[in-house]
Design a protein around this ligand. Structure first.
Ligand SMILES: [Zn+2]
Length: 671
C-alpha cells in the first residue's frame, strides 16, 4: 500500500533536519511511528544499518575508539516477549530509563578527561570537549576502582585471581557512554529567552542544538548521565562503578522477565511526571557473559533492546481539506480522514497546521497518510505514504468573506476586520473570558446564523425571545442565559481588555499593561514607543497592541457604555511594596513570590531602581546585593521577609514539581 522509498525519504529528511540544526520537522514519536512502519514493511531496509548523521559542523571531527552503535527497538510486550524467549526463563535482566537526550562518548586517558565526542555516524563524531566541561555532572577525573572490577570479574569466573598489576588498562584509560539531557523546566526557560524563530521543539532538540553551540551558551544547563563503561562487567556493576566515579546514572531496575514488564508499565504511567523526558526503557541481559555470547549484528548489540513507549499511529486515507478562519484571522487547514482507530478513539479529522506543512507533505485527496496521536494532542498527519491525487490547492480568497487572503508562505491570514467568521470567534472568546455561564458554541452558532449575534456588543442586546428562537432553546433556559449575560455587565478592566481578543493581549499581558497604565482609557492613549519600553514587550507586540486597540476603538467605546469596569484592587499587607528574591532559600522561589502577589505586593526578577526589598540569605557581595546597595534597596533575609508577611503560607495550587518527582522516584541515582 505504501511506498517504501517515500517513507525512507521522510525519515532521512527528518534525521537531517534534526541533526543539522537541532530544529526537528517531526516529533520523536512521529519519527518512531514512521520507522516502525518501515520495519513492518521492509525489515531489511539498508536505512536500519545507518545511525545518526554524517558529521558536518564547525567542530573538529574525532574518531570513536569503539564504534558507537544504537539499540534495536521493540514497541510492544509481544515483541519484548519474542526477544526474551531466546533466553533461559530464569534470566536476570536489568532495565534502565531510556533517557531522551543526545548520546555522548567520554574518553579518559591516564584517568584524566581527554575528549567528549558526539555520536556522529558512529565512527566519527564532533569533538565538543570545550562544551562538555561546562555541563552538569562532568567529571575531569575518572579513576576506575580496580578492586571493584576485579572482584566482579572473579565472582563470575572470568579471572582466577585478583591481581591489579596484571590489568593495568582497568585502572586508567576508559570510554564512558552518556546521555546529554536538558530538563523540562530549563528547556522552557531557555526557549522563552530566544526569539520565536530560534526556539526548539523539545528538550532533546534543544540539547542537541545547545551542545554544539560554538559560544558554549546554555551548556551549563545540560546534564551528563552516564550509563556504560568499556569494561567486561555485569550491568549492575557497571552502574556501581560509574557512581563511584562520581557520575549521575539512570535509575536501574534488576529483575526477571515479569518484573521487567511490570517495571515498564509503572514507568510508562509516571513518565510525564519526571523532570526529564524519557521515551522508554533500555532492557539488557544483566550478565556480561550472556551479552558477549549474543554478540553484535548490524552495529546493534543483541543482548540489549530499547523498549520504547508505543507510538500510537495509523495509516488512513485523506479525503479532503477544509479551511477555517480563526479568531485572529489565521486560516488553518483541517484534514477530513477515513475514520481510523488510535488508542481506543476513532479519528475523523486531523490538523494540517499551515501552508508550509501542506507544501512539505505535498498532500493530495485520496492519498494514504500516516497519522499520529498521543494523549490530548490533536491528531496530526506526519507523512504521505502513497500518493493518489494532485496536491491540495492553497486558497487565494477567504472562505468566510471571500476577499483576498494574505499569504506569507507559511501562514494564510484574512486581514479584513469585518470578516464575519473572525468576528464570530472574537465573540466566542469574549463569552469564554467574560465567563458567561452555559452560553456554549452551539447557541452562539445558532444566534449567528439568525443574524442576531454579529459583534460582541450584540451579546448585551440579546432578548429572551432571540434565544428561544434558536432551535432547542426554551423560555426557561433563555431567561437563565440573559441573567448570566447580565452578570458580566460588571467586570474588571483586566478581564475586559483580555476578552476583546486583540492579538497578543492575553490574560497576563492585560494584567501587566493595566498595572502600568491603570485604565483602559489611559492605555488607549499610549504609543508603540511607550509600550515597547515595558519589560517583555517586543516591537512587534507593542505594534499589535496599539494597532488592535485603535482598530477596535469604536467597539470598545460602545462596550464601555454597556459594561462598567471595577478595578481589582488587592488589599494586602505588602501593598505598594516590591520584592526581589535571590540565592538559596528553603522553598522554591515561586513559593515566596506567591505570598507577595497574594498580599498585594509586586515581584521583580532583578534589582531595579525603586525596588523596596532584596531578599537574600547569603553573605552580601553578590552582584544583586552590590546593585541593591547602589540603589539604596533594603536587603533582608528570608526569615525577615516571612515575618513581614505575617508568616502567611501561600494558598496551595498545583503540587510542586519537586513533589511529583519524588512520588515516582527520582530520575537519577547519585552517590
Ligand atoms: Zn475573511
Amino acid at each position: 500500500m505504501s511506498d517504501i522509498n517515500t517513507i525512507v525519504e521522510h525519515l532521512v529528511e527528518a534525521r537531517r533536519a534534526y541533526y543539522g540544526s537541532g530544529h526537528a520537522i517531526m516529533t520523536d514519536e512521529e519519527y518512531d511511528s514512521l520507522e516502525n512502519l518501515l520495519k513492518n514493511q521492509d525489515p531489511d531496509n539498508p536505512f536500519f544499518e545507518t545511525v545518526g548523521h554524517p558529521v558536518s559542523s564547525a567542530w573538529e571531527k574525532a574518531d570513536h575508539s569503539i564504534f558507537m552503535g544504537s539499540l534495536e527497538k521493540v514497541n510492544t510486550e509481544e515483541e519484548f516477549l519474542k526477544w526474551v524467549s531466546r533466553f533461559d526463563k530464569s534470566i536476570l535482566l536489568c532495565a534502565q530509563l531510556k533517557l531522551d537526550g543526545l548520546s555522548l562518548s567520554l574518553d579518559y586517558v591516564d584517568s584524566l578527561f581527554d575528549k567528549g565526542i558526539t555520536r556522529g555516524n558512529g565512527t566519527t563524531g564532533e569533538n565538543i570537549s570545550d562544551n562538555v566541561v561546562l555541563m552538569k555532572g562532568f567529571r575531569a577525573k575518572a579513576m576506575v576502582p580496580a578492586m571493584e572490577i576485579l572482584t566482579d570479574m572473579a565472582d563470575h569466573g572470568m579471572i582466577d585471581e585478583m591481581k591489579p598489576s596484571e590489568y593495568p588498562g582497568i585502572l586508567s584509560d576508559c570510554t564512558i557512554r552518556a546521555e546529554l539531557l536538558l530538563n523540562k523546566a530549563d528547556f522552557a526557560k531557555i526557549n522563552m529567552s530566544l526569539p520565536e524563530k530560534d526556539r526548539y521543539a523539545n528538550p532533546r532538540n534543544a540539547a542537541a542544538g545547545i551542545s554544539r553551540r560554538l559560544d558554549g551558551k546554555f551548556c551549563k544547563y545540560l546534564q551528563i548521565v552516564a550509563y556504560d563503561i568499556n569494561r567486561p562487567l555485569d550491568e549492575p556493576t557497571k552502574i556501581n562503578v560509574l557512581k563511584k566515579l562520581g557520575f549521575y546514572t539512570p535509575v536501574q531496575y534488576v529483575g526477571n522477565i515479569e518484573g521487567i514488564i511490570k517495571n515498564f508499565e509503572d514507568i510508562k504511567k509516571s513518565r510525564d511526571k519526571l523532570l526529564y523526558d524519557i521515551d522508554g526503557v533500555v532492557v539488557k541481559a544483566a550478565s556480561y557473559e550472556i551479552q558477549k555470547a549474543m554478540g553484535i549484528t548490524r552495529n546493534k548489540p543483541k543482548g540489549q533492546k530499547a523498549w520504547k513507549f508505543e507510538p500510537p499511529g495509523a495509516a488512513t486515507i485523506f479525503i479532503r481539506e477544509e479551511w477555517d478562519v480563526g479568531r485572529t484571522g489565521v486560516v488553518t487547514p483541517l484534514a477530513h480522514l477515513e475514520p481510523v482507530e488510535i488508542e481506543g478513539s476513532v479519528i475523523r479529522k486531523a490538523t494540517l497546521h499551515n501552508v508550509a506543512e501542506i507544501k512539505r507533505l505535498g498532500i493530495g485527496r485520496g492519498d494514504t497518510v500516516m497519522l499520529v496521536k498521543r494523549g490530548d494532542i490533536i491528531p496530526k498527519i506526519i507523512a504521505v505514504l502513497s500518493r493518489a491525487g494532485k496536491p491540495v490547492e492553497i486558497p487565494v480568497d477567504c472562505p468566510s468573506c471571500g476577499r483576498k487572503l494574505d499569504n506569507d508562505g507559511t501562514t494564510l491570514r484574512c486581514t479584513h476586520d469585518d470578516c464575519a467568521r473572525k468576528n464570530f470567534f472574537r465573540i466566542l472568546n469574549w463569552i469564554k473570558v467574560a465567563e458567561i455561564d452555559t452560553f456554549g458554541e452551539s447557541l452562539a452558532e445558532g444566534l449567528y446564523d439568525l443574524g442576531r449575534l454579529c459583534c460582541i456588543a450584540d451579546l448585551y442586546r440579546l432578548t429572551e425571545s432571540d434565544i428561544s428562537s434558536v432551535e432547542g432553546w426554551g423560555a426557561k433556559s433563555a431567561k437563565k442565559i440573559i441573567e448570566n449575560i447580565n452578570k458580566t455587565k460588571k467586570m474588571s478592566s483586566e478581564k475586559f481588555l483580555c476578552a476583546l481578543g486583540i492579538p497578543t493581549i492575553s490574560e497576563s499581558t492585560s494584567e501587566e499593561l493595566l498595572k502600568v497604565f491603570e485604565t483602559i482609557d489611559n492605555l488607549m492613549k499610549q504609543s508603540v514607543d511607550t509600550i515597547k519600553e515595558l519589560k517583555g514587550f517586543s516591537d512587534i507586540s507593542a505594534n499589535k497592541i496599539v494597532e488592535g486597540l485603535s482598530k477596535n476603538k469604536q467597539e470598545i467605546d460602545l462596550l464601555l457604555t454597556m459594561i462598567s469596569l471595577k478595578s481589582e484592587d488587592i488589599q494586602g499587607i505588602l501593598k505598594n511594596l516590591s520584592f526581589c528574591f535571590t540565592g538559596a532559600m528553603e522553598h522554591p522561589r515561586h513559593y515566596y513570590q506567591k505570598i507577595v502577589t497574594q498580599q498585594g505586593g509586586t515581584n521583580k526578577t532583578s534589582v531595579v531602581n525603586g525596588l523596596t526589598y532584596l531578599i537574600c540569605n547569603e553573605d552580601r557581595g553578590s552582584s544583586k546585593s552590590v546593585k541593591a546597595e547602589k540603589y539604596g534597596v533594603k536587603v533582608i533575609t528570608e526569615k525577615e521577609f516571612l515575618e513581614m508577611a505575617g508568616s502567611i503560607e501561600p494558598e496551595a495550587e498545583n503540587p510542586e514539581p519537586e513533589k511529583l518527582v519524588e512520588e515516582c522516584g527520582s530520575l537519577f541515582d547519585e552517590e
